[in-house]
Design a protein around this ligand. Structure first.
Ligand code: NAD
Ligand code: WQD
Length: 336
């Protein structure tokens, strides 16, 4: 297949490009590099030993996008491009609505004009808000607690409306839980700008001495050790979930929604201890107040993806901390 990957230079996109190329697909990436480096794509080519085309453009540039669709006869689009920092989305909501919503809308319009209606969309477990029960199933009520989450929810709603209006659209909404880890080569991984927001890159930056200590946001949640529990999923498992979803769309047209998680939650302290044990590095930490907007527990029921895609996560928490640490130590300053 010839696949357009929006946001393919980013963390999850670059790992998905590797899996697509390994499976023999042809890949074209469009990315404006607002949160990534072109070097990620050079490394994807090195890992795969295969070519990959790159177009440096913004998804909201309809003319650039249309030109791309004239140049290539794509079979499908995997759509990662977007902004993802929850705290920043509260500060600059219009940037988030403009990028994530208008970007997705522009993409769908151009796809329709080009006669392509097969799309895999990066959604998020954030669309479940604070879930009433666990593990979280795809049919749980949807809500959002911040502008970033609302952009994901609105795009999901737009895509459901679009597919209801025209059942020629084949759409997979993939709700990721907490991506972690890196490619086993240590060549590509998560390269956050400035101070990381997410737990795993923060842990590796403390361990390597770039951050003095980890602040644990609250130990008074209703969880076994009081710290927040999340369903961490290896980014390579996540990437393979996209290939499985694409195959499903090709064989069974329609709109599908899947949780991509492991089904197993780990607390902040469990993750710290797994890292310390596996990587033989200590992670100094201090418990502080809860982070505003955080929830206590979040983990998936990944059963539907297993039943319908034959997909399940293969990597465990030790793989995630080991691979994140390898990426951090091989690339102490990321791609720069
Ligand atoms: P990332 O920031 O590493 O990758 C996103 C990529 O999109 C970047 O390369 C960025 O430069 C590009 N981009 C952003 N806006 C663009 C635009 N208007 N035009 C072209 N390119 C643009 O993020 P990621 O972690 O790889 O996440 C990928 C997707 O998955 C995002 O949509 C994110 O919201 C979603 N997601 C991420 C997580 C997570 O924790 N990482 C969890 C759930 C969902
Ligand atoms: C995990 C746990 C924190 C940092 C976010 C987005 C979500 C999705 C994934 C995109 C929580 C604790 C964290 C730190 C800590 N992204 N923590 N100290 O909040 O589950 O999800 O990323 O869709 O939408 O909200 O992930 O990695 O930030 O936090 O104690 O320095 O680690 O409180 O319990 P989160 P996270």
């Amino acid at each position: 297949m010839k696949v357009l990957v929006t946001g393919g230079a980013g963390y999850i996109g670059s790992h998905t490009c590797v899996e697509l190329l390994a499976a023999g697909h042809e890949v074209v990436v469009i990315d404006n590099l607002c949160n990534s480096k072109e070097m990620a794509l050079q490394r994807v080519r090195q890992i795969s030993g295969r070519p990959l085309a790159f177009v440096h453009a913004d998804l909201r540039d309809a003319a650039a996008l249309a030109a791309l669709f004239r140049e290539y006869a794509f079979d499908a689009v995997i759509h990662f491009a977007g902004l993802k920092a929850v705290g920043e989305s509260v500060q600059v909501p219009l940037d988030y609505y403009h990028n994530n919503f208008i970007g997705s809308l522009t993409l769908c319009r151009v796809m329709l004009a080009a006669g392509l209606r097969t799309l895999v969309f990066s959604s998020s477990a954030t669309v479940y808000g604070d879930p009433a029960a666990l593990p979280i199933r795809e049919d749980f009520p949807l809500s959002a607690t911040n502008p970033y989450g609302r952009t994901k929810l609105f795009v999901e709603e737009m895509l459901r409306d679009l597919q209801r209006a025209d059942d020629g659209w084949n759409i997979a909404l993939l709700r990721y839980f907490n991506p972690a880890g890196a490619h086993s080569s240590g060549r590509i991984g998560e390269d956050p700008n400035g101070v990381p927001n997410n737990l795993m890159p923060f842990i590796t930056q403390v361990a390597i001495g770039k951050q003095p200590e980890l602040l644990v946001f609250g130990d008074d949640y209703d969880t076994p050790d009081g710290t927040g529990v999340r369903d961490y999923i290896h980014v390579v498992d996540l990437a393979q979930g996209h290939l499985a979803a694409l195959e499903r769309l090709m064989a069974n047209p329609g709109l599908v929604t899947y949780n991509l998680g492991t089904g197993r939650g780990y607390s902040v302290l469990e993750l710290i201890h797994a890292f310390e044990r596996t990587c033989e590095r200590s992670v100094p930490y201090r418990v502080v107040a809860r982070r505003s907007g955080d929830i206590g527990l979040c983990y998936a029921d990944p059963g539907l993806a297993h039943a319908e895609l034959g997909w399940r996560a293969r990597f465990d928490i030790e793989d995630m901390v080991r691979d994140s640490w390898r990426w951090q130590t091989c690339n102490p300053d990321g791609y720069t």
